[in-house]
Design a protein around this ligand. Structure first.
Ligand SMILES: C[S@@+](CC[C@H](N)C(=O)[O-])C[C@H]1O[C@@H](n2cnc3c(N)ncnc32)[C@H](O)[C@@H]1O
Length: 403
């Protein structure tokens, strides 16, 4: 096994790590690049299915837009990542807008925006050639838009004032700009000891995350308010929370008992925490390294989203709703139930493609490799529970018109 080739290491302590909460945006958050087995491009079908569930809402909102006297329509995909989802969503938007704004009247420009560590190179290689309207009429193997990459955080300004007509963000806005500082401070009442996310964390921790999520959403809206043209559309799809009053329950499941700590009520975070604990109990990392790690994500309730939007005078709410979905179709559940090993590999690949860089920024490559070996084993142990149809996801679907 590859693991045996790795020389024994000194337990990593948080002080030996170059990671800080402010570095999250700079290097840790991006999805795994390239097109290999562990890449986001090869492990984003769950996200594609979620987008497919709500895309008709986006289409309807796009069809209602009218930009008169414009020669260029500018579209930004914020948190675009790299892979088939990125390209299919953009084509859909441009095709839809062409119904009211045909190519003989306007040109389209698409900005693919993500953190600088995103694998823009792979994305650019995937782009089909630009459509030549003189020779390529009707060709589907071309793109009808000019493309550009914009590296930077969507919590800040990325574009000139009043330059964007459509801004969209798919499955990205549940990522925070950082883990709240208090959560990683052993001297703070909000120190999240022995837990590695906000899920089922104590109240002071949850409150710190709520505050961070609120600040971040306000910063996102403030930046977009400046960048969007009047009449422009923002469409957002991100993980949400059904139960406004229980922010500590980030991942819902039917028939779970939130007061019972042994209830395996949540996905991802259970096996994920078990994997951190394995590294501690095997002496590969110090307990303080685990304690100093937190996932910078928070699933907001619709009330929290509505409140942030209403605090801004610049946007009118067009769509504000939630959509729930099962993680696995019944056919997939049956398939994976017969082969937990294959399921463990697949689910671990998804985890690694989204969280690998973040863990690596804390643990370095060798320990990260071991971490995901443990994670795969932990998924296999919990496979029956993870595959249970009682677990579901909640998506916030938000459409905003710039006044
Ligand atoms: C799960 S991927 C979603 C990718 C793609 N939109 C899709 O639907 O498949 C989340 C993306 O959000 C990006 N992201 C997270 N925080 C960000 C931020 N503050 N600014 C820009 N992009 C961010 C990550 O780098 C990642 O590429």
């Amino acid at each position: 096994m590859a693991e045996e080739l790795i020389p024994p290491q000194k337990p990593a302590s948080s002080s030996s790590s170059s990671y800080t909460s402010t570095s999250v945006e700079k290097k840790g958050l991006s999805m795994e690049g390239g097109t290999g087995d562990g890449s986001y491009a090869r492990n984003s079908v769950t996200q594609a299915a979620a987008i497919g569930e709500v895309i008709h809402k986006f289409r309807a909102a796009l069809r209602s837009l009218e930009f008169r006297d414009e020669s260029v329509i500018r579209i930004a995909d914020l948190g675009c990542s790299t892979g088939p989802n990125t390209l299919s969503v953009v084509s859909l938007v441009v095709n839809c807008l062409q119904e009211n704004h045909p190519l003989d009247q306007v040109e389209y420009q698409v900005f693919f925006s993500d953190l600088p560590s995103n694998d823009f190179n792979t994305l650019f290689h995937m782009l089909p050639p630009l459509l030549d309207t003189a020779t390529d009429q009707g060709s589907t193997a071309t793109r009808a838009y000019h493309a550009a990459g914009v590296p930077g955080s969507f919590f800040r300004r990325q574009f000139p004032k009043e330059s964007l007509h459509v801004a969209m963000s798919f499955l990205s806005l549940h990522w925070l700009s950082k883990v709240p500082e208090a959560v990683e401070d052993p001297n703070s009442p909000a120190w999240n000891k022995e837990i590695v996310s906000v899920d089922h964390a104590p109240l002071p921790v949850v409150e710190a995350f709520i505050e961070q999520a609120k600040e971040d959403l306000q910063a996102f809206l403030k930046s977009r308010a400046e960048e969007m043209v009047p009449g422009g559309l923002i469409f957002l799809l991100f993980l949400g929370r059904e139960d406004h009053d229980h922010p500590e329950i980030q991942w819902p499941s039917k028939e779970s008992d939130p007061s019972d700590p042994s209830d395996p009520h949540y996905l991802f975070t259970t096996e994920f925490l078990n994997s951190w604990n394995d590294l501690v109990s095997e002496g590969l990392i110090a307990a303080e390294t685990r304690d100093a790690f937190n996932l910078p994500t928070f699933n907001r309730s619709l009330n929290e989203v509505e409140q942030a939007v209403n605090e801004s005078p610049y946007f009118e709410i067009r769509i504000l709703e939630q959509k729930v979905g099962l993680w696995f179709s019944s056919a997939d559940r049956e398939k994976w139930a017969c082969d937990h090993k294959a399921f463990g590999k697949m689910w671990n690949n998804i985890a690694r493609s989204t969280l690998g860089n973040l863990i690596e920024s804390r643990l370095g490559p060798q320990l990260t490799h071991i971490f995901f070996q443990r994670n795969e084993a932990n998924i296999i142990k919990l496979a029956t529970e993870i595959l249970s149809p009682r677990h579901y996801y909640v998506l916030n679907v938000v459409g905003l018109l710039r006044r």
